[in-house]
Design a protein around this ligand. Sequence first.
Ligand SMILES: O=C(O)C(=O)C[C@]1(C(=O)O)C=C[C@@H](O)C=C1
Length: 372
Amino acid sequence: MSESESSSTEQAQLGVLRDNIDALDLQIAELINQRAGLAQQVAQVKHQFAQPGEEVVYYRPEREAQVLRRIMEQNKGPLHDEELARLFRELMSACLALEKPTSVAYLGPEGTFTEQAALKHFGHSAMTRSMPAIGDVFREVEAGVVQYGVVPVENSTEGVVNHTLDNFMTSGLKICGEVELRIHQNLLISDVTKLDGITRIYSHSQSLAQCRQWLDTHYPLAERVAVNSNAEAARRIKGEWHSAAIAGELAAQQYGLTMLSEKIEDQPDNSTRFLIIGAEAVPASGDDKTSIMVAMKNEPGALHSLLQPFEEFGVDLTRVETRPSKTGVWSYVFFIDFTGHVEQESVKQALAKVHGCASDLKILGSYPKAVL
Ligand SMILES: O=C(O)C(=O)C[C@]1(C(=O)O)C=C[C@@H](O)C=C1
């Protein structure tokens, strides 16, 4: 076959396939709009059955988790489960925005991993707003300025985010979801950075810690300067020729920086877990987690009597953290996560027993396990 014959055969085959894609796209668009119409009807029903003066809750995390899990379970490919679920994540985000746009505050500034987590959980149709500190995220939700908040809670290499745990001691908000994000750190430079003159590296203290070995090897003499957030680090280096920043890709895009070295975190499976906070408790989704806060007197055997009921009733613990209580000098507060929902019988029994030996027990929330 001559070169021109082969080219026209290629064009003909591509033409047929693209005609098929065009036809399917129209059908998909039609189906998407049918789905959106159903979501609008769902909103009308919710509105119709709300009590007088009751605030209608449109966002249903347990239902969203069920929709995404079902899509992943039934997926026949060739798209990967996660990829397909991500598309449906955005589809539900757009459908929910038709019912009522969701407002979400997150620990900013723009370009942080927490913004990435907020978009991963709520999709791009949510109205997000950045807050300067974790306490401000809690306050915005408590004041009803936004419906939900997103805050970091633990990192696989650096451990818990104490500010977040401490805020739960005084807040009445509920945890209504969790997000897990793989964290990739990058060394960012600006267009004025002199590559052989980098003497200062800015980042959040946790990110500096996550890249400690890489920094020891590649920039052993550079001063490491901890700032409030990775995005703040990215912003700072714009005018400093001798500085670089460690931050995520979103920050690089938002501040117009170049990624000089990518994926520089010491642990390749570095990930951060974020919590969604809101005013409403979430019904069971079928695969849930619960977080509680328990204050214990500092006496011998306290930890054993706290943990024993979970074993007795077959409830799996996923995390136990201790923080000094801010009220009593020698008492401690335990933050405990376990598998299951407070509506489940085994969980109810375990909690009743814990309640008997604790000086205080607060259920922070039951919520669907992260799907994506
Ligand atoms: O099922 C509902 O309650 C809906 O509002 C519909 C829908 C969806 O698009 O599937 C939209 C938003 C909710 O957060 C959950 C699901």
